[in-house]
Design a protein around this ligand. Structure first.
Ligand code: NAD
Ligand code: IPM
Ligand code: MN
Length: 370
C-alpha cells in the first residue's frame, strides 16, 4: 500500500520535538513494515522559527503547509519568548497556520481508555467509557476580532481590548461539522455559548438553531451556557456526545475534558478546513497541550497525544483507517500493560520516559502486525 502523500512535520518548541521524535519512530516503522511511505518534510514554527528566521511563522512554513497533504504540529511557546511584542510571539505560529489555511473546525476528541479510568481526576465510574468530541471554532471569535490591543486612556491608565465577533456564516459552517459528526456518533450536539450576556452568543444560538432546523432536525440539539457546561463536564460528563463551542470556550473546555481522560498528554486534535471541489482539504493535527516548559528537556513528556494526533491524520487526511487503528491499539496496549509516563502514573505501574514509551508503542505495533 504505497502512498505519495506529503506530510509536513512542525515540531516547534519545548516538549514538541521530544514527542515528535517518537512519532518519527512510528513513521519509520510504517515505512518498514506496512509499506506505507510518506514524503516527510520538516519545517520551523514558533520559538524555533523566531530563532532561525526571525518570525514565528515564516512564509516558507505557510507555503509548505499549503503544499502538504497534511501537517503534524507539535507545540509552540516558552518563557524565553514571553517578553516579545504581542505580534511576534511563538503562539502566532499556530494561529497564523489555522487562519491562513482556513482551518475553522478544531476537532478535539476526549476518550477515556479503560486502562486510564483510574487516572482521571474524577471517580472511575463517572468517566469509564467516556467518549465525547469537542468541536471548537478555530479561525474566528475573540482570538481574531478587531479592535484589539492595549491603549493608554486620557487619564494615563491603560486598557486592554479584545473583541468577540462572529458572522453567521462562520457559525453555520462549524455547526454543520458538529451535526455531521453527531450523525456518525450518538446523534446529539450540545452547543455552548453565553447567549444570556453576549451578543455574539445570541447570534451563535440563533444560527445553530437555524442550521439544525433546516438541515439536521434528526439530530438532538441542546443549548447550554458555557459555565454550566464546565460544571456538567466535571459532574456528569457522559451526558455529552458532541460539544460545539466558540474558539475561546472550546479551548477552555477541551483542557478541562483532558483532565477527565487522565492527562493533557493524552488528547489529540484535528483542525480542518473546508473540502475543495476535488474533495481535498487542508488539515493540521495538533495535540491540545502546549510546550510544557516545566518538564521540557527532561525526557518525561507523554508522547501519546502527539501519537494519537498522527493516528487522526492517518484516518482523516490519508484514509488509512487500518493504520490509524493500529497506532491507537498499540498506545492502548502499552498503557494496559502498565507502562506510564509521570503524568498518568498510578500505584503498581512502571514509570517510564518519553522514548521508552515510544519504543514500547513500536514493539506493540510489531506484535499487532505479526
Ligand atoms: P501546557 O499544555 O504546555 O502545560 C500545562 C501542564 O500540563 C504542565 O504542567 C505540563 O507539564 C503538563 N503537560 C502538557 N503536556 C504534557 C505531556 N505531553 N506530558 C506530560 N505533561 C504534560 O500549557 P501551559 O503551561 O499553560 O503553556 C506553556 C506554553 O505552551 C505557553 O507558551 C503556551 O502559550 C503554549 N501553548 C501552546 C499550545 C500549542 O502549541 N498548540 C497549546 C497550549 C499552550
Ligand atoms: C491550543 C492553544 C492555542 C490556542 C494557543 C497556543 C494559541 O492553547 O491549541 O489549545 O489557544 O488555540
Ligand atoms: Mn489551549
Amino acid at each position: 500500500m504505497a502512498s505519495n502523500k506529503t506530510l509536513l512535520i512542525l515540531p516547534g518548541d519545548g516538549i514538541g520535538p521530544e514527542v515528535m521524535r517518537e512519532v518519527r519512530r512510528v513513521i519509520e516503522w510504517m515505512d518498514r513494515r506496512r509499506s506505507v511511505t510518506f514524503n516527510v518534510v520538516e519545517g520551523l514554527v514558533g520559538g524555533a522559527a523566531i530563532e532561525a528566521e526571525g518570525s514565528p511563522c515564516p512564509d516558507s512554513t505557510v507555503a509548505a503547509a499549503r503544499a502538504a497533504d497534511a501537517v503534524l504540529f507539535g507545540s509552540v511557546g516558552g518563557p524565553q519568548w514571553d517578553q516579545l511584542p504581542f505580534d511576534q510571539r511563538p503562539e502566532l505560529g499556530v494561529l497564523r497556520l489555522r487562519k491562513d489555511l482556513g482551518l475553522f473546525a478544531n476537532l478535539r476528541p476526549a476518550v477515556v481508555l479503560d486502562a486510564l479510568a483510574d487516572a482521571s481526576s474524577l471517580k472511575p465510574d463517572l468517566v469509564r467509557g467516556l467518549d465525547l468530541m469537542i468541536v471548537r471554532e478555530s479561525t474566528g471569535g475573540i482570538y481574531f476580532g478587531e479592535p484589539r490591543g492595549i491603549e493608554v486612556m486620557a487619564n494615563g491608565k491603560r486598557r486592554g481590548i479584545d473583541t468577540e465577533v462572529y458572522t453567521e456564516d462562520e457559525i453555520a459552517r462549524v455547526a454543520r461539522v458538529a451535526f455531521d459528526l453527531a450523525r456518525k456518533r450518538r446523534n446529539k450536539v450540545t452547543s455552548v455559548d453565553k447567549a444570556n450576556v453576549m451578543q455574539s452568543g445570541r447570534l451563535w444560538r440563533a444560527v445553530v438553531g437555524e442550521v439544525h432546523k433546516a438541515e439536521f432536525i434528526d439530530v438532538e440539539l441542546e443549548n447550554m451556557y458555557a459555565d454550566n457546561c464546565a460544571m456538567q463536564l466535571c459532574s456528569r460528563p457522559k451526558q455529552f456526545d458532541v460539544i460545539l463551542g466558540s474558539n475561546l470556550f472550546g479551548d477552555v473546555l477541551s483542557d478541562l475534558a483532558a483532565a477527565l481522560t487522565g492527562s493533557l498528554g493524552m488528547l489529540p486534535s484535528a483542525t480542518l478546513g473546508a473540502p475543495d471541489g476535488a474533495g481535498r482539504r487542508h488539515a493540521l493535527y495538533e495535540p491540545i497541550h502546549g510546550s510544557a516548559p516545566d518538564i521540557a528537556g527532561k525526557g518525561v513528556a507523554n508522547p501519546c497525544a502527539q501519537m494519537l494526533s498522527f493516528a487522526m491524520l492517518l484516518r482523516w487526511s490519508f484514509g488509512l483507517d487500518e493504520d490509524a487503528a493500529l497506532v491507537e491499539k498499540a498506545v492502548e496496549r502499552v498503557l494496559a500493560g502498565g507502562l506510564r509516563t509521570a503524568d498518568i502514573m498510578q500505584a503498581g505501574m512502571a514509570r517510564i520516559g518519553t522514548s521508552v514509551m515510544g519504543e514500547a508503542i513500536v514493539r506493540e505495533l510489531d506484535k499487532l502486525a505479526a
